[in-house]
Design a protein around this ligand. Sequence first.
Ligand code: SAH
Length: 495
Amino acid sequence: MLLTISTTYQPATDLGYLLHKNPARLQSIEVAGGEAHIFYPEASAERCTAALLLDLDPIGLVRGRSGSNGEGFALEQYVNDRPYVASSFLSAALSKAFGTAMNGTCKDKPDLPAQALPLAVKVAVVSAPGPDWPRRLFEPLGYEVEIETTPLDPTVPEWGDSRYYTLHLHHAGLRLQDVLTHLYVLLPVLDNDKHYYIGENEAEKLLHRGGDWLPQHPERGFITRRYLRYLAAYVNPTLARLMEGDEDLTETSPPDPLSRGEGAPEMPVAESSGSPSPRERGRGGEVNGEGDQRLSLHDQRLQQVAHEIYELGPKRVLDLGCGEGKLLRLLLRQSKIEYLLGMDVSHQALARAAQRLHLDEMPPRQRTRLDLIQGSLLYRDERLAGFDAAALVEVIEHLDENRLAALEAVVFGQARPAHVFVTTPNADYNQLFEKLNAGEFRHDDHRFEWSRAEFSAWAAGVAGRHGYQVRLVGMGEEVEGVGAPSQMAVFETTL
Ligand code: SAH
């Protein structure tokens, strides 16, 4: 992978002093995972570009690897994107190659590090959850962001773009130290790989580097969450896996909206249709757009799903991504349901569900009607076979979009319940949440929020690929032009 930093500061060759690397020489240093070469493709008084070429050794990476080996396909450890994608390895290399500059010291020209420079950075390539993510991470820091996409396969355009992007950043005037620090912290956040070990003190440095600017960053919740997950990856792989769906482990993320119901009286949801519109309602300091409305909106959704299930009268029902078990509690009341299985990736959520449902004190007959299991919807799971219906209430938007295909294969390809109910926020409605800026999500952990058209396209694709028919339903009060706050797809097998 290649990173270049260019400036037109005069004299541009001052970049060499700042980086402590002589523009006239090629230098190679040993870094975690391989070798880094530092050289200057151009070095004139007008314009100077420093390049860092990171040459990772894929075989070495496998040998130096710690922790879990079991995931993915057999050759994955040899055939993967690690040598080509900007990751924690690039951060480690940046820190080793340009550590002095990152610390803001320059022996020969001590005033230079404080100087704001016009800077252009190119990173080939980054892997990101979606093309908007580089913008969300770098624009708040004052960068102009350009993303070069690459088709997955130029001969098959309908496959769309790959998830690898060439990233161009421009800044009108910034200290070099800051640019290096931003790259150091944010590139691994974009990449989000969990598998390779880079050394523990590197991890501490990563957190330390964000100290100045991270607290103000609008995506700090996402950044710290990805960090914790990423650090957990080599401290404790099991913990890392659990964190895939856990919102409670970072301080900067808003409180889990679902836990807000704890101790609070249950909302009489059925009567809430006359509630004031989002505009009329006060919202107290919530990060997410649904604010204090969320409880009732969310309860409404659950009621509506429970009602649909009731109408259908299935015997065996799955609640996938069951969280604290609010839907399960409603479903337990339906006597036609003989068996309920709640699954979630988060142990913490499951523990709370067990508590809220009073699993310990349940009479034996009732107790046999319900099980809670830990598992991920991204991995094939035999335990999910043989059900009449499955609900995924506000779950899909917590997964990176590029993992939905895995979820689809698990739910619609393998588990194959006769009916599947999937709900997700309706992004068309977001404009009614005053606190949400355009493009923002209702919750910090949402990886995407779909318009009605996007959800409908996805649902139709899933149905077509797996032998289901689908109908779409608005959840909550409809508003003309934007639809209801949430949306549901009801799938029914046709095979
Ligand atoms: N359905 C619940 C919870 C919604 S919040 C409700 O409506 O109240 C989303 C839930 O999805 C979280 O509990 C989270 O832990 C879970 N989740 C996220 N990724 C998951 C995955 N890969 N597999 C299973 N559950 C997941």
